[in-house]
Design a protein around this ligand. Structure first.
Ligand code: ZN
Length: 369
């Protein structure tokens, strides 16, 4: 199989298709397939200087001209394709989404402030007004939650976020108002979907705080991020995995800020919080391994020793103290991790786990559950 690419700077007088056909016929006689992997017309004005190529004597090493032609980064790009505009034109920034490798849609806020779109499914369809009565007061944003779903969000003239969605089964919905944070919001909404089960909409509140609304089958209320963050522009959310989201925003001093979210840990995962110190009847501790039901974990305080973390996790995994409290501390003598006399007293490096502790760990992983 011969795999090759065609990049056209100046089209030949004969059609490229006829030449490809001729190539297939020629090699086909000998059972050799021909696969034209890609064909692009590099309609790039700034590449005009590459259309006449010095090939030197056309033998031996390539010339500098040839090296420049074959190595040009712009050869990976197409030229700009004119997609026209809706009747009357449009303003602002277009939004695009691709729900699968077969489809691409682009949306704009028309000059009539209606939502307009153009669809690609192998070729471009005409501009279509996706009416429904909403007068847009911001550029739209678009996203997809599944190969048979996409949705568009925009600000309405009522100051609320509005959503319109499409599914293979039901086509376009009418516009649905998602309201607005208390006090309203500034600029356009932004959206992200980390999986087909979840979608979030974020805005810059009128109080400059980040606000969001979450969908997980139904919409939850507007939630303010009470973290002291303030935005001077609408936020930009993204997702790197189905258990991760992050949001970028421009701060009040012009710097870029990021915050992220990770899915809650599973009931079989241990979470350790490092804290300043503890209060309670137990007195001052290096750490503590009691935790709420279904949330195995421990706290480790500022006074912890090198072995406190390992010790507390040992408790979470089901290990009891092997001695203690002081002065009854035989475990310290042979350096057992699970001494009840305080991890600050362990001198063996590293401490050991006794034979029974090793067995318990195998039998009772997370046994307190
Ligand atoms: Zn302990």
């Amino acid at each position: 199989m011969i795999r090759f690419h065609i990049k056209i700077l100046t089209a030949p007088f004969l059609s490229v298709a006829s030449m490809v056909s001729g190539m297939k016929q020629t090699y086909g006689q000998y059972g050799i397939g021909v696969d034209l992997v890609s064909q692009a017309t590099l309609d790039i004005p700034d590449l005009a200087t590459r259309t006449v190529v010095n090939v030197g004597g056309c033998s031996g090493a390539a010339t500098g001209d040839q090296a420049a032609l074959f190595g040009m980064p712009m050869a990976m790009w197409s030229g700009w394709i004119n997609l026209g505009k809706p009747t009357g034109g449009f303003g602002g920034r277009p939004a695009t989404v691709s729900r699968s490798s077969q489809y691409c849609n682009v949306y704009v806020r028309g000059a009539d402030n209606a939502l307009w779109g153009r669809a690609w499914d192998g070729s471009w369809h005409n501009w279509q007004k996706l009416d429904g009565g909403l007068v847009l007061a911001s550029d739209p944003v678009a996203d997809s939650m599944a190969p048979d779903h996409e949705h568009v969000f925009a600000r309405g003239t009522d100051g609320n976020v509005h959503q319109k969605w499409w599914t293979q089964a039901s086509s376009w919905s009418s516009w649905k108002s998602l309201g607005a944070p208390q006090g309203g919001f500034i600029g356009a909404p932004a959206t992200v979907s980390r999986s087909s089960q979840y979608c979030n909409v974020y805005v810059r509140g009128a109080d400059n705080a980040l606000w969001g609304r979450a969908w997980d089958g139904s919409w939850h209320g507007w939630q303010r991020h009470d973290d002291g963050g303030r935005l001077s522009a609408p936020p930009a959310p993204g997702s790197m995995t189905s258990e991760h989201e992050h949001i970028f925003g421009r701060g009040m001093s012009g710097g870029l800020w990021q915050k992220w979210w990770l899915a809650p840990t599973r009931a079989t995962e241990i979470v350790v919080f490092f804290i300043l110190g503890n209060t309670g009847s137990a007195g001052s501790l290096n750490g503590c391994a009691t935790y709420p039901p279904g949330q195995p974990g421990a706290v480790v305080t500022q006074t912890a020793s090198q072995w406190t973390l390992a010790h507390e996790v040992g408790h979470v995994l089901g290990l009891q103290h092997c001695d203690g409290p002081p002065p009854n501390c035989p475990c310290l003598a042979y350096g057992d991790l699970m001494t009840g006399c305080g991890t600050g007293k362990i001198t063996q490096s590293p401490p050991v786990l006794g034979p029974f502790e090793q067995i318990f760990l195998k039998i009772f992983p997370l046994s307190p559950l």
